[in-house]
Write a protein of this length. Structure first.
Length: 447
């Protein structure tokens, strides 16, 4: 029997109140009524793999702050480091030993990081990576893939949301959907759009635009249409094609970095990106972004260098965050990465057993992903390979209903099918058991 968390009167009352001072009562649409029918669950406390809402309901958290909380909530080591650092002075916006200590650990874990530059969010990191790529190549255009999200910087806000399948246009010339008003149309003139996981379409598009590109940017695993894996060898081919046309290969590891392996997906898949971007798990719950790459590119930020690339920020290298990063990376690197083995064991068990639950209830659903991250799609297809499959075949309404059922049974997750389930170092097999028991009940209701 799963836990009942159906009474959420305090959450509802607080949501009413918050709407009087905030837009939709929150600070990002993915947290509000756009995805949580009846309003969000207002969270008040977290410990390990669990969170508690305003009504005192307890949940196993599988969203983990969109993946930022790789060590779970309130990890004792992180709490200790934060308390000590705050007491000493949290930030000076000056040179500190903390920033180099964080960077040295980063370098040891990420093979492509000859140097690293810290910013404050994944969006800032991808913004900087594009500026560096443009300066390095002397070109302006770049290629992004349909359904990939690289933060909310203007030029990335193209075809990041799902649209009706019959409006997507041909693969060699995809329809272009700006994700936001307020972005000048001219910004998108510099964006070349391609479908992902499709070498032929990419080659056709590169024949027209390849020589104009400063960069091709890609997520290694699509994490903003759920969890979509690259086809065998695909990412290496994208990297090779980028180089063939004199463009940089930017790997956006904001979601995957420090999660799939100590060196992220670039280590896991044996890739050598020119630039890579990080955030989320790097900061173990504290706001951070980072760009890593060779000196030949990152040194363009040196003051007064020819064609200098500007990157400022009062909070860059924030001392508190840097101390958290050093502690976080020490935990992740300890005992030859033993924590990764634990994450994979728990994640793979959750994936296999969820598949089993759907099979037993004869519900057409698949679970994609492995180890630390996965997503469920209600579909009669055996795989979702790209944005177009997602728009065409994923029953996102059914997914939302399923997750709302889980929320009522003590499992915390976002009802948005575009996001993904996260397994942290705090999750244990009993958390998987709680998920399976809740999923079993919801499936019985849905079947
Ligand atoms: C792949 C990817 N890149 C960049 C970002 C932007 O990161 P942030 O939300 O920290 O700005 C995200 C956020 O979800 C992301 O998923």
């Amino acid at each position: 029997m799963s836990v009942s968390t159906k009474t959420r009167t305090q959450s509802q009352a607080w949501y009413e109140r918050a709407q009087r001072s905030l837009v939709e009562g929150v600070n990002s649409p993915s947290r509000g009524a756009a995805v949580y029918s009846g309003g969000p669950v207002v969270l008040e406390r977290g410990q390990g793999s669990h969170v508690w809402d305003l009504d005192g309901n307890q949940y196993v958290d599988f969203m983990m702050s969109f993946g930022a909380l790789i060590q779970g909530h309130a990890h004792p080591k992180i709490v200790e480091v934060v308390s000590q650092t705050v007491a000493e002075g949290s930030h000076f916006a000056a040179a500190t030993s903390a920033e180099a200590e964080a960077a040295e650990r980063f370098q040891r874990m990420v093979p492509s990081a000859e140097a690293v530059r810290f910013a404050n969010s994944g969006s800032e990191a991808t913004m900087l990576a594009l500026r560096l790529a443009r300066a390095h190549t002397g070109r302006t255009k770049f290629l992004k893939f349909e359904g990939h999200y690289h933060g909310w910087y203007d030029p990335y806000c193209l075809s990041g949301h799902s649209h009706p399948a019959d409006q997507l246009g041909p693969r060699e010339n995809p329809a272009r959907f700006p994700d936001s008003a307020g972005i000048p149309e001219a910004v998108f003139d510099d964006v070349v759009l391609a479908p992902w996981n499709d070498v032929e379409a990419l080659e056709a598009i590169l024949q027209h635009h390849g020589r104009e590109l400063a960069a091709i940017i890609t997520e290694p695993i699509m994490a903003n249409m759920g969890c979509i894996l690259p086809r065998e060898g695909y990412l290496q081919r994208v990297c090779d094609r980028a180089h063939q046309y004199g463009a940089l290969f930017i790997l956006d590891e904001v979601v995957t970095g420090f999660r799939y392996a100590p060196g992220g997906c670039q280590q896991r898949f044996g890739l050598k990106p020119d630039l890579s971007t990080f955030g989320k798990a790097l900061g173990a719950g504290f706001p951070v972004g980072a760009v890593a790459g060779p000196r030949a590119i990152l040194n363009r930020m040196r003051w007064g260098s020819e064609g200098m690339v500007l990157h400022y920020g009062t909070f860059n290298g924030h001392r508190l965050t840097m101390r958290v990063i050093a502690a976080n990376l020490d935990l992740l690197a300890a005992n030859d990465g033993a924590l990764y083995k634990q994450i994979y064991a728990v994640g793979d068990a959750a994936i296999a057993q969820l598949r089993d639950v759907f099979r037993r209830h004869k519900i057409a659903a698949i679970v994609q992903g492995f180890g630390p991250m996965f997503q469920i799609y209600f579909t009669s297809h055996d795989a979702i390979h790209d944005y177009r499959d997602y728009c065409r075949y994923a029953d996102t309404t059914k997914y939302s209903r399923f997750v709302h059922g889980l929320l009522d049974r003590g499992i915390y997750m976002t009802p948005s099918n575009g996001l993904h389930w996260i397994v942290s170092t705090a999750h244990r097999m009993e958390d998987v058991e709680a998920l399976l028991s809740a999923a079993d009940e919801v499936c019985a209701e849905m079947a």
